[in-house]
Design a protein around this ligand. Structure first.
Ligand SMILES: O=C[C@H](O)COP(=O)(O)O
Length: 331
């Protein structure tokens, strides 16, 4: 792999994060927007098409994907020990012998963040001391969000106090399903204020929003209310991240940028476990938003098992058994 390819992976990780100040609630901006499902699905299908790309570029893109992972554990059997092990992996996500084999030496490569439940924030903060890896905490009654607003706000403030610098909030799906866009805006804005200096990612739970038009409108409202990232799913819905949901959301991000000049990040999450899928998402970001969004400051995968497959594919890449099914047009 060339020096410029490997330094690209490291330098994107050191950029300052973007912030979104939000804007006044204005339903006129999105009310007329309707999403054509079949057009979106046709476009999504093209992202999954196989084409070949030079093996060196493939490895560089997989390393970039690693730097964009929110390495996640959100399970009932999470323990302090499990979170400490995850943080160790976050510090050195790819085995040194693989990096040496790729010719990139000591890249200083880490994942984008470690994402945990509220009660394990302190453990993760301690285990990541001395690194610049942020701790992300899921909040506001994750995953369903079915608790009172005061409890949600208290949870956000508490997570920040415990050391989380990224807060993944869940929106109230009922506000979307009943068309209460102003209610959604003021709720998310209150979360934004409770986050203080922490970054806020708003989880739409797209699989529970009934229509792609709702996904587009909810994306707009969350961005207007000051979300730094919009995120598809909790990983707990029946349908989580998909390319059609992603297309709708990144196009809303593109249009919000055109209107406000502000870059909002994107986080597909839930069920993304294969290197090939990661490449499809990177391709989507590059095609729809441009290279600027191919950075952990503006793009994250929420994933608990993706890193393992990427590491396996990088290893296969070295041994020459990198499978044709993983070739994909990402450069
Ligand atoms: O936010 C992240 C998701 O909960 C992770 O979902 P996953 O376990 O399907 O990768």
């Amino acid at each position: 792999m060339s020096n410029s390819q490997s330094s690209n992976v490291q330098s994107i990780h050191d950029k300052a994060p973007e912030r979104n100040p939000g804007m006044d609630f204005d339903p006129g901006v999105f009310a007329g927007l309707r999403v054509n499902r079949s057009a979106v699905e046709r476009r999504a299908a093209t992202l999954g098409k196989r084409r070949t790309v030079k093996k060196d570029y493939q490895a560089a893109w997989l390393l970039k994907a690693v730097s964009c992972i929110d390495l996640t554990t959100l399970a009932g059997d999470d323990t302090p020990g499990k979170v400490r092990r995850l943080c160790q992996k976050a510090r050195r996500p790819v085995r040194q012998d693989i990096l040496d084999g790729l010719g990139v030496g000591d890249l200083g490569l880490t994942v984008g963040a470690v994402c945990v439940y509220h009660n394990l924030i302190g453990v993760a903060v301690e285990a990541l001391q001395g690194t610049n890896i942020p701790v992300a905490a899921v909040s506001t009654g994750f995953p369903a969000g079915q608790i009172p607003l005061e409890l949600k706000l208290a949870q956000v403030r508490d997570a920040v106090k415990a050391g989380a610098s990224e807060i993944d909030i869940v929106i109230s799906r009922s506000r979307v399903l009943t068309g209460d866009w102003a209610g959604l805006y003021y709720e998310v804005k209150a979360f934004r204020e409770a986050c203080g200096d922490a970054h806020m990612k708003s989880i739409l739970a797209t699989g529970e929003l009934a229509t792609l038009t709702h996904v587009a409108h909810a994306s707009w409202v969350c961005m207007m209310a000051g979300s730094d990232f919009i995120k598809t799913s909790t990983g707990k819905e029946a349908v989580n991240a998909t390319l059609p949901f992603s297309l709708v959301m990144v196009r809303a991000i593109r249009d919000y940028y055109a209107l406000t000049g502000c870059r909002v990040g994107y986080k597909p999450a839930g069920g993304i476990s294969k290197a090939k899928e990661a490449l499809e998402y990177l391709f989507l970001m590059k095609e729809e938003l441009g290279r600027e969004w191919l950075s952990p400051t503006l793009f994250r995968f929420g994933a608990s098992s993706l890193l393992g497959d990427i590491e396996r594919q990088l290893e296969h890449h070295l041994t020459g058994s990198y499978s044709a099914q993983h070739r994909h047009p990402v450069s």
